[in-house]
Design a protein around this ligand. Structure first.
Ligand code: ADP
Ligand code: MG
Length: 702
């Protein structure tokens, strides 16, 4: 019954109006009554407790204090900058209230020498505390308002705060909303689920999330709404997967073919690990069906994804189809090209590479051979996406290091064909299970969770800059044993120039400490021409230089087994997954390898955790879990994908158990009743349709 009412534009709500309406739309994305209803508090505070000024501590959560304002003044600071400062006192001391904006309006509304309650966050400056942009309520008003031990706090923005839309105002709007709608909202979960999971009804959940009656009622409301949110996301992801499997045709590769068989029987350079065998089987089954494969292959650095890619491409070839492999950088594309050419040297297949620096003549040949079908496997960078690149029959697209490619870029690859190729996305950045479920719930996932035998775990240590002499001595010893060394400097977009200087300074000092002719040093960074990079890479890989000083351009994929020491400078400036990737550049040969994390003594708590995690474990999945906890899901996946994780109430880190439960239920229900046509699932279907109309966030996966 409420559905229509919830579609009402927000400005019609009493107390909102056009101006606030515009703000709510712009700042919070609240367009309609329904959006406000589903705008949930991000925490709750106890408004039954009052603090005294002498009890204040720095930066704790919001507090409320009873007292009065005894004077107000405008203070100038810096150039043309002003702030409004009021002195607030109670019987235990005094503090300052500060405003940076809206001076005139605030000054007029402040009442001096009247008892009032201020509310906000306190910070200490020297001996005094101050509260910026406090909420102020006169004692008389305050006594009339209802207070609970769990007052909701809604997410806000600076603009909203400056324009007077305080938490209290939102709270009033919410009360008005419940009044106008009579607090009757349609149920969105079927009876059998609410009964089985002991979920409270939707009405009760919405009421208690905004106006909690008790801590217990709030907990039940949160549980119900979190489950619902995660459940419907899973329902959508899994449905999408099912649709793809039924509707999107793929090329059925009916056999593994001769290329695969000959390679497997005669040219396999090593025994495959069980994990590799399992994954190849999964891929084979996918590609053998009539549906398009869309599979994510996760495997830690060095777990041996390349040979899996090759063998998958051999299946395509055996069925008469071309394949391509796209890598994020030229170095990597080259390395794949060399690696695959070597692996398949006895198979008599035509493999070529196409990158930004491929010469026109070579390009022309590639274009021709692609179109007439004589080119079997094309390896390259983004250059593969150019319009001129037309395959005769692309059957499989392998994408390495997936998180570096945008979504549109990926789909561009297969817009070229009527029937899309099978897609295998390989990533060495392990994605925690919960994140994978949320982000890639509609992809199939294979995991190589086993390293090839005989690898010695890399030993990782954390050293401070003041220990550099010892570290240098260690390097000399390793070089004397014939090993090679990487020294990596940070390269972060915002401080490119400074970083470049760090790198160059580093290179100079390394050159001084490791002088010619005894030592030879390579340098590699993003500003070099591709040809120079390749030349430098080649020198190092052929063992002509002992040390490679580089930025993170070597982060992904580079494979030089004789390099056994990775030194990471200013390691505190790297994220965990990047540190792990860098470390993965060593430990590729038979020798014991080392990773040395160099930092200054000044480390934040997070940086310390990162260093400790790196020292403690080599397991990429474990590291990814810590990373997820430290950085939150949005950051972890980059801004591009964080929108997807913009959940209203659930948190995939904290609510991991609910997520897993929700996924299992969604799977079970769809397995039994995929189009949700059973009578008992009518509510599911209706809510699902409503949701997919509104949100189109699932398009990010092509
Ligand atoms: P990544 O998964 O990081 O791409 P690669 O495919 O580059 O890993 O493999 C890393 C190294 O391990 C390569 O030198 C490769 O030849 C070797 N390798 C891969 N699989 C095996 C295996 N089953 N047994 C022994 N060595 C292997
Ligand atoms: Mg690789």
């Amino acid at each position: 019954m409420q559905q229509n009412l919830l579609e009402t534009p927000i400005e019609y709500l009493k107390g909102v109006g056009p101006n606030r309406g515009t703000l709510l739309r712009k700042e919070l994305g609240i367009h309609k009554y329904g959006d406000l209803l589903n705008f949930f508090p991000n925490r709750y505070i106890d408004r039954t407790r009052y603090y005294k000024i002498n009890e204040l501590q720095n930066n704790v959560a919001e507090v409320q204090i009873i007292g009065k304002i005894i004077n107000v003044k405008t203070v100038e600071f810096g150039k043309n900058q002003k702030r409004l400062v009021a002195t607030f006192v109670d019987d235990t001391g005094q503090m300052e209230l500060v405003w940076f904006q809206g001076h005139k309006w605030i000054r007029e509304s402040l009442k001096l020498n009247e008892m009032c309650v201020i509310f906000g966050k306190c910070t200490s400056f020297g001996n005094t505390f101050n509260m910026a942009h406090p909420e102020i309520e006169l004692m008389a008003e305050h006594e009339q308002s209802l207070r609970s031990a769990m007052q909701p706090v809604y997410p806000s923005t600076e603009t909203l705060a400056n324009r007077g839309i305080s938490n209290r105002v939102i709270n009033k709007m919410m009360q008005q909303l419940f009044l106008e709608t009579q607090a009757k909202f349609s149920e969105t979960m079927p009876d059998y689920l609410t009964a089985e999971l002991k979920l409270i009804p939707k009405n009760a959940a919405l009421f208690n999330i905004h106006f909690p009656k008790s801590a217990e009622a709030l907990a039940k409301a949160q549980y119900r709404l979190k489950f619902e949110e995660l459940f419907y996301i899973q329902l959508q992801l899994i449905t999408k997967n099912l649709i793809r499997k039924h509707k999107i045709k793929g090329h059925p590769f009916t056999k593994v073919g001769d290329y695969f068989n000959v390679f497997y029987q005669k040219h396999l350079p090593f025994e495959l690990t069980n994990a590799q065998k399992r994954v190849i089987k999964e891929i084979r089954i996918d590609m053998g069906s009539n549906a398009q494969m869309n599979r994510l292959l996760q495997g830690d650095v060095g777990s041996g994804k390349t040979i899996v890619a090759l063998m998958s491409m051999l299946i395509a070839l055996g069925n008469g189809f071309q394949s391509c492999l796209m890598a994020p950088t030229e170095i990597l594309a080259n390395q794949h090209f060399n690696g695959l050419t070597e692996l398949s040297k006895d198979l008599n297949i035509n493999i070529k590479i196409l990158t930004g620096s491929t010469k026109t003549a070579a390009r022309r040949i590639i274009h021709e051979e692609l179109e007439n079908g004589s080119l079997h496997i094309l390896i390259g960078t983004h250059a593969l996406l150019e319009d001129k690149v037309k395959f005769q029959n692309l059957g499989l697209a392998v994408i390495d290091e997936q998180h570096r490619f945008g979504v549109e870029q990926r789909s561009k690859l297969w817009k070229k064909n009527e029937i899309p190729p099978h897609v295998l996305v390989m990533t060495a950045t392990p994605i925690p299970r919960t994140l994978a479920m949320s982000l890639y719930g509609d992809l199939d996932i294979s995991v190589i969770d086993e390293l090839p035998p005989g690898r010695k775990p890399i030993q990782t240590v954390h050293r401070f800059d003041s220990n550099r002499l010892k570290v240098w001595k260690f390097i000399r010893d390793e070089i004397a044993l014939g090993r090679q060394i990487y020294i990596v400097y940070p390269l972060i977009e915002e401080s490119k120039t400074m970083d470049f200087k760090d790198l160059m300074d580093g290179y100079e000092s390394v050159s001084r400490d490791f002088p010619l002719p005894q030592y030879a040093i390579s340098i590699l960074h993003g500003k070099m021409k591709p040809a120079d990079k390749d030349a430098e890479m080649k020198r190092f890989s052929e063992g002509k230089t002992n040390i490679m000083v580089a930025t993170t351009v070597i982060e992904v994929g580079v494979n030089i087994p004789n390099a056994s020491v990775m030194i990471i400078e200013s390691a505190e400036r790297f994220g965990l997954s990047q540190l792990h990737q860098l470390r993965g550049r060593v430990g590729r040969g038979a020798e014991q390898s080392y990773c040395i994390l160099m930092t200054s003594h000044k480390l934040s708590a997070d940086s310390k955790t990162r260093m400790e995690t790196m020292v403690q474990t080599n397991d990429g999945f474990e590291i990814a879990e810590v990373d997820l906890k430290l950085r939150g899901p949005g950051d972890l996946m980059g801004t591009q994908q964080s929108g997807v994780l913009n959940l209203q109430i659930a948190d995939i880190v904290r609510d991991r158990d609910i997520l897993i439960l929700a996924r299992n239920y969604a799977l079970k229900i769809l397995k039994d009743d995929a189009p949700m046509q059973k009578l008992e699932n009518a509510i599911l279907r209706a809510t699902y349709i409503e949701l997919t109309k509104k949100k189109n966030i699932w398009n990010y996966i092509s």
